[in-house]
Unconditional design. Structure first.
Length: 318
């Protein structure tokens, strides 16, 4: 493949029908059965976004050349299908680490991580309960731990699935919980603490570089149970931490997915747990849809298909 100037994913819409050559991070690959032969479906990413690519010839052979999480160099034709930019890949090879800078392929939050960190600790300091405040500081004042928490994504593929996504999501959920705490008879300190801690286990659930993927403990245990375990270990280090308080906090963590079909450990059985679940889901679903809207090409009427919720979203133009 001859060298050409790399074209970012967000700019590919300007090259419809043209051949492009560039380096992209392969975050997904799957050999599928077509009408006449197998084809390879790819998810390709750089720091500006991601899109779907297809290899129509020698799919199985091509799939053996690289693994998910590898950077590949491709030659492809940019196409438009159902209002979505795609690439039909004609050549593909594994890219050596010496050929690129990995930072070019890592998507990060558009929000300043230092600002997010300041907002996060602002909520920590608002928690008046002595034991909960001590627990939060014991966990997040650990610089190594907070560094991992700050950089972590909040998901593999749906919402906040980028660097600094976890703290962005956490701050948003805490903000919503803080707002609704004056509307309903909840224990505000408990609810805010649950919001700040609810996805703590995701720093153990995902490995984030270069492509986001599940760790073994993430697949086998999950972030609800991993977070609950870590919180219990930290609470034991605080003399006299009330059992009833810890029990209620643990329930918020273990119930925040809301439904067994969504991998919750327990159904919400306190008002605080129900409110946290709804606030968490509001932010996750709203940002997930907003990401699909932002990724849609200019002039599109519908977003890419949302496999998680089994629907397309209409792009409002009012």
């Amino acid at each position: 493949m001859n060298n050409m100037v790399h074209i970012n994913v967000e700019d590919l819409k300007e090259h419809l029908g043209k051949e492009v050559i560039g380096f992209y991070l392969a975050t997904e690959k799957e050999v599928r059965d077509g009408k006449n032969d197998q084809f390879l479906r790819l998810r390709l990413q750089d720091r500006t976004g991601s899109l779907t690519g297809y290899v129509w010839k020698e799919a199985a052979k091509t799939a053996e050349l690289f693994s998910e999480g590898d950077v590949v160099k491709i030659k492809a034709i940019v196409t438009l299908y159902k209002d979505q930019i795609q690439m039909n890949v004609t050549q593909l090879r594994f890219a050596d680490h010496s050929e690129y800078q990995i930072e070019e392929f890592i998507v990060a939050s558009s929000k300043d991580p230092n600002l997010l960190a300041g907002q996060f600790f602002g909520f920590v300091d608002k928690v008046e309960n002595t034991f909960l405040n001590k627990l939060l500081h014991n966990i997040f004042d650990d610089k190594e731990f907070f560094s991992r928490f700050l950089a972590a994504p909040a998901a593999k593929s749906w919402h906040h699935n980028y660097m600094y996504g976890l703290i962005e999501h956490t701050v948003s959920v805490a903000t919503i919980c803080d707002f609704v705490s004056v509307l309903y008879p909840v224990n505000r300190d408990l609810l805010i603490s649950g919001a700040l801690l609810h996805d703590l286990g995701k720093i153990y659930e995902y490995s984030a570089k270069p492509a986001i993927d599940f760790t073994e403990s993430g697949r086998l245990v999950g972030h609800l149970s991993l977070g609950d375990q870590y919180i219990c270990e930290q609470a034991k280090c605080i003399p006299g931490f009330p059992e009833e308080l810890l029990l209620n906090l643990r329930h918020l963590i273990l119930a925040h997915h809301g439904e067994y079909e969504k991998a919750t450990v327990r159904l919400p059985q306190t008002l605080e747990a129900l409110v946290l679940h709804l606030c968490d889901n509001l932010d996750a679903q709203s940002v997930g849809v907003a990401q699909l809207l932002a990724a849609a090409p200019e002039g599109a009427t519908w977003t890419e298909f949302d496999k998680l919720n089994n629907r397309y979203y209409h792009i409002t133009k009012i």
